[in-house]
Unconditional design. Structure first.
Length: 283
């Protein structure tokens, strides 16, 4: 049996990270079960009132808004990212492939705050979009993008697009091109070959991309907070307001915990619902 003298050194960082995550999770669970003491940062005794409070309409609306944001972001990101990933994998020119990859990954080179401020400039009443539409004579008054669901979705699509493109490109690159050639040799055109061969075989990548986009969007904070301006409430923005505006850390912890469990439940539902599609794509 071969010795691995450096295994401990390589494993220790991951063990420390896992320990930190576990400790943080236990701290959130502990805070969620404590009572809020008005005027004090120290929590009170054990209670379940924090979870019963979450049945109020404001928290249910925040969950619904977060789900809708995740849904529309995943859909539009998939519609934009799939053609980009397909072109990046199938383009014959190496320069074109590199250009598509660079453009797709550019949002990752910028911080979330920088990206969000950029979209605030673009989507504002006197921003680039409204100014361009007015110059073209298409609108007379500015369109409302800021502090709306539409503006938040646009910014979140830009935020989520890089990871979706990378995951779809990985799925498309593993498709055996001989299968497409076989379909073409049997008389199938490009569209039919794509619909009957390429698209089904890329379903596992589509499922993974949608699941990742949903989870990533659900946890987004800066974009909904700044673009939404407090009018588009999500779980993350509500946790911030409850925790740092009201200093009700036990309620914020319970909201965070329920949000995490809700995300896991939705992802499990997505994986269960599309399992037969993955099997179909694998065949």
């Amino acid at each position: 049996m071969s010795k691995r003298p450096f295994l401990g050194w390589f494993a220790s960082p991951s063990i420390l990270i896992a320990f930190g995550i576990a400790a943080s999770f236990l701290a959130i669970v502990q805070y969620s079960l404590r009572a809020h003491v008005p005027g004090s940062l120290d929590p009170g005794g054990l209670t379940l009132d924090n979870f019963t409070t979450l049945w109020k309409a404001i928290y249910g609306q925040a969950f619904l808004t977060a789900v809708l944001l995740c849904f529309w972001t995943a859909i539009f990101t998939l519609l934009i990212g799939y053609p980009l990933a397909y072109a990046m994998v199938r383009a014959k020119s190496p320069s074109l492939r590199s250009a598509i990859l660079l453009i797709s990954l550019t949002p990752l080179f910028l911080g979330e705050i920088v990206r969000t401020y950029s979209w605030m400039i673009v989507l504002g009443n006197r921003g680039f979009v409204n100014s361009a539409l007015k110059q073209l004579g298409l609108i007379d008054r500015s369109l409302e993008f800021m502090f709306t669901m539409t503006g938040v979705v646009i910014a979140l699509v830009h935020f989520t697009l890089p990871i979706v493109v990378v995951m779809l490109a990985a799925a498309l690159s593993h498709i055996d091109r001989n299968l497409e050639r076989a379909a073409t040799s049997l008389g199938a055109g490009r569209i039919r070959t794509f619909v009957t061969v390429t698209l089904p075989l890329s379903i596992p990548g589509i499922v993974a991309a949608i699941s990742t986009a949903f989870a990533w969007t659900f946890s987004a904070f800066a974009t909904p907070q700044m673009i939404g301006g407090g009018k588009v409430q999500t779980i993350s923005t509500l946790v911030y307001q409850v925790g740092f505006a009201s200093f009700n850390f036990p309620l914020a912890a319970s909201l965070s915990l329920v949000g995490l469990l809700f995300t896991l439940a939705v992802l499990a539902f997505l994986n269960t619902g599309v399992r037969h599609l993955e099997k179909f794509g694998a065949h």
